[in-house]
Design a protein around this ligand. Structure first.
Ligand code: TRP
Length: 373
């Protein structure tokens, strides 16, 4: 069986270094590994609209920003199909059929949906005077089903995503099993692929909060200029008990060290901090006491900036030729549509709703005539 990847992001803002270590870097590695027969990376604008109905223009404007982030990180349109979700109308058709295989109660139990209802400020009560978003949009509530359509349309075997997406993949697997047991073996059951390094699983914000997110204002963006990155790093949350340089410091829960775990490579020491040979040595010194935060932050800045600089440069080049970026998305969307259309044909055939295929039609007519006799 072919090995196929499908993954994607909602275009609600530029991508940040949490996206980079959690998914982008991995996608580029997977692309270069040659292990997969096909890789699809989708800009999920339709899904983004499910919780941004009050700001559709934001979603629209961010499509190209996300595409720029993808290309500048090294996704190569010769090897990876980049496309826009809303351009593949087959996905909505699949969603509509899958909706019959999922109960309202099952959707209500989806932990990510539950969390997002609170996070997005959707009030469960339509009459809630205080809520600014009264009631839960139906499209939002059912987006796990639409995500199952995204995944199955491309016969994805592997879905590299963050751990918050685990419930979506589980629901997809349930839908696949239900469809196949009802209509016969048609859809492929996907596997999740989680980031392999704990620091990358969920990179905290610069303020030490559990998640880097635009609404918390604690992000370092891939497109941030060097000076902005420096300021953000120098202002980062470290160990609140490490007051004087001599004090022993804590490494766990110290955001600066979490970032180093995610970004630092052995060669960075020779380049930027030859007094040390490894991150373990730095950590040991910090824990003993006598190593100040400023020195570590300067090192972290150098590590981050040297990682981001080539990405920034590629972005600047691409920004000069934005019609090329749209061209990539159009070609990718055309290619993706062909694949999804074939899956939809197979699905309709399995469901026996392909009434006008010549053999089926002949059969239907014959059945009717036999009954009439
Ligand atoms: N839900 C994903 C996110 O918020 C985006 C997404 C939409 C996706 N469809 C997908 C991811 C299909 C993987 C597969 O990041």
């Amino acid at each position: 069986m072919s090995k196929i990847i499908l993954t994607g992001d909602r275009p609600t803002g530029r991508l940040h270094i949490g996206h980079y270590v959690g998914s982008l870097r991995r996608r580029v590695e997977l692309q270069e590994s040659g292990e997969f027969d096909k890789i699809f990376v989708m800009i999920a604008d339709a899904q983004a609209l499910t919780d941004n109905a009050d700001n559709p223009e934001k979603v629209r404007q961010n499509i190209v920003e996300v595409a720029l982030d993808y290309l500048s990180c090294g996704l190569d349109p010769e090897k990876t199909t980049l496309f826009i979700q809303s351009q593949i109308s087959e996905l909505t058709e699949l969603t509509f059929f899958y909706m019959n295989l999922v109960t309202v109660q099952r959707l209500q139990r989806n932990p990510t949906v539950k969390q997002e209802i609170v996070l997005r400020g959707f009030s469960e009560n339509e009459g809630d005077e205080n809520a600014n978003k009264r009631g839960i949009p139906t499209g939002f509530f059912t987006y796990p089903i639409s995500q199952a359509a995204d995944i199955t349309a491309f016969r994805a075997t592997t879905v590299p995503v963050g751990e918050d997406q685990e419930p979506m993949i589980e629901q997809t697997r349930e839908i696949v099993r239900k469809f196949n047991s009802t209509y016969g073996e048609t859809l492929v059951e996907p596997e999740i692929m989680l980031p392999d390094n704990a620091a990358c699983l969920r990179l905290p914000g610069t303020d030490g909060k559990a998640k880097m997110s635009k609404s918390l204002g604690n992000c370092i963006y891939l497109s941030d200029p060097s000076e902005v990155v420096r300021k953000k790093v120098m202002g980062m949350y470290t160990d609140p008990t490490h007051l004087r340089v001599e004090d022993p410091g804590h490494v766990e829960g110290n955001t600066v060290f979490t970032y180093l775990d995610a970004f630092c490579k052995p060669e960075h020491f020779a380049m930027f901090w030859p007094e040390y040979n490894s991150l373990d040595e730095v950590k040991a010194h910090y824990q003993r006491g006598g190593l100040g935060d400023v020195k570590i932050k300067k090192f972290l800045f150098n590590v981050l900036d040297s990682t981001l600089e080539p990405i920034r440069q590629r972005r600047a080049e691409l920004e000069k030729n934005i019609s090329y970026v749209f061209d990539v998305l159009k070609k990718g969307s055309d290619e993706a549509r062909e694949v999804a259309a074939q899956t939809l044909i197979d699905v309709k055939k399995a469901m026996r709703i392909n009434y006008f295929d010549a053999d089926v039609l002949a059969d239907l007519i014959q059945q009717f005539n036999n009954k009439a006799e």
